[in-house]
Ligand binder design. Sequence first.
Ligand code: FMN
Length: 280
Amino acid sequence: MESTSIRLGGIDLASTIMNASGPHSAERGEILELSARHGGAILFKSCNLAGLEAPENLKNRGVQHFATLARELTTRGKTVFGSVVGQSAKELVEVAKALDQAGVRALELNLADDFVQNSVAAFASLDRLKSVLEPVRQEVRAALAVKIPPKLSLEPRAVAEIFINLGIAIAVCANDLSKDFSVDLKTATAAGQRRTVSQVHAFFEAGGGKLDLVAVGGINSGRDAYVAHLTGAKAVQVGSALIKEGAGALGRIDRELDNLLTENGKSSVNEIVGTLRFQG
Ligand SMILES: Cc1cc2nc3c(=O)[nH]c(=O)nc-3n(C[C@H](O)[C@H](O)[C@H](O)COP(=O)(O)O)c2cc1C
């Protein structure tokens, strides 16, 4: 859908919709199905160097499995993103290098998962964050994204500044809008006073236009995607809906977003990113 294409972290994508890391993105068959049915970026499940049997949510076959798939898909012209986990800062660098050499366009460092937080503790302090990210940035050429823990004790502004200074182009943030959050799509106006409505929104404001945001969590429809775009997301990731519906979920959400853009008189999603306003 032309209206839903976007430039994210310097990479042109056919759609702002992509799968979240994990669901439908671990096994070769699942990944090939996603890439056959969706024109946007394909994001792999998080992997470490040797693979993991536990924890259950990070079970993976190891980086070589994903590097092989990345080579196969990139030679077919697909835009592939990798996702990196590890138990040390050094392991993150090694995994990132292997995926980078295999041709992934962007690398998402999954620093949000408890398993990584408990071992690498990248968000323990701003200094620690810098010392984890710097060596990865030095060793890879792919665009870098960081998946932010939903509960962050550091200030978004300070974290965003580190990303911008180090050349981390993308922050993957929680789309943690409150259940009763409502917005009129026609006017992009939310009820109530001006406030920060989600982690995506907090990082959009903190980044001052210099950081691209991806929203993850609760994106099940074109409307969810539209609202996430209003709060500042340039792209959105779909997890649970893929588990429920299979690979067709990405195309459905893309079509729904396209229809909503048309209904609201927009020819491109670029016209709505970060345009949320408030009544008060
Ligand atoms: C079964 C399953 C496996 C997941 N595996 C990963 C993973 O490997 N790496 C990662 O960053 N997130 C992983 N996630 C989290 C998703 O990427 C996403 O952040 C989460 O599902 C919220 O999105 P949703 O509300 O659309 O499901 C996993 C989620 C599920 C349900």
